[in-house]
Design a protein around this ligand. Structure first.
Ligand code: BTN
Length: 275
């Protein structure tokens, strides 16, 4: 069982995980963090759970959240940015998860906008949910991170078996969940501090070093959910083109027959490798 004491032992953060709540079974850690944020919880307030009974992913999808094996984590953020830039926090979350994976000796890649891949299969995802403030700016963002750690491939439902994996499945050994949780909170703390002081440029650079899509041919369903709101927004069109990295604001740059497009929200399908 994941405990607060185990995660907090030696936790070297300024804001993230201060305070920290660790629960047994919850509906969704994003919902608990949102309630806390509405009640005034500070930036960095973090909720972890051993199990989620209503874990959710982007586009209203279910996030598989069995007990005892994975990490389900949500952090309250109060960034001083316009709402349209909130998707940058999804990318920042991906970088932090990648740091935690690298510390385990893994070689992660990132797939825009929110997937961490190990050996080309999804092992973690980020869900940033935004609540607007009274003036229309960002009130707060809940950054939800789900990491498949000790999940066994045999426990994946058939529809995920070909596309999902876990840290343990790739490493061939179990990982210490509390240690990974601590590294994740520390990486978030460091990257949020950098983001506050230097803006998106360092996040963009780190993300781009790990990005898996540049030069690949994609079909992108544009839209879907502004800043990670589940079910919010419509898919407006599907665009095909070659991925050309990230724009200065975190948009996916896509070289299409009608010119370079910058896409801030969407769902990517890799069509074929043209590298
Ligand atoms: C995705 O890849 O679609 C995003 C998955 C995000 C899952 C995490 S688990 C912790 C937090 N609580 C949730 O209900 N979802 C996020």
């Amino acid at each position: 069982m994941l405990t607060r004491e185990a995660v907090e032992a030696g936790l070297a953060t300024r804001a993230v995980g201060r305070p920290l709540e660790v629960h047994g079974s919850v509906g969704s850690t994003n919902d608990l963090a949102r309630q806390a944020a509405r009640g005034g919880a500070p930036e960095g307030f973090a909720v972890l759970a051993d199990e989620q009974t209503a874990g959710r992913g982007r586009l209203g999808r279910r996030w598989l959240s069995p007990p005892g094996v994975n990490l389900y984590c949500s952090v309250v953020l109060r960034p001083d940015i316009p709402a349209r830039l909130a998707p940058q926090l999804t990318l920042l979350g991906g970088v932090a998860v990648a740091v935690a994976a690298l510390a385990e000796g893994l070689l992660p890649t990132l797939k825009w906008p929110n997937d961490l891949l190990l050996a080309d299969r999804k092992a973690a995802g980020v869900l940033a949910e935004l609540e607007l403030g009274p003036g229309g700016g960002v009130g707060f963002v809940i950054l939800g991170l789900g990491l498949n750690l000790n999940l066994q491939p045999a426990d994946l439902p058939p529809e995920l078996a070909a596309e999902a994996t876990s840290f343990a499945a790739v490493l061939g050994r179990p990982v210490d969940r509390a240690a990974v949780a601590r590294r994740l909170l520390e990486a978030l703390d460091a990257w949020l501090d950098r983001y506050r002081r230097h803006g998106f440029a360092p996040v963009r650079e780190a993300w781009s070093r790990l990005g898996a899509l540049s030069g690949r041919r994609l079909a992108v369903a544009v839209g879907g959910e502004p800043a990670g709101q589940p079910g919010g927004g419509e898919i407006t069109e599907v665009v095909e083109g070659i991925a050309r990295g990230l724009g200065d604001d975190g948009a996916l740059l896509l070289d299409t027959p009608s010119g370079l497009r910058a896409i801030l929200s969407g769902e990517v399908t890799v069509l074929k490798d043209v590298r």
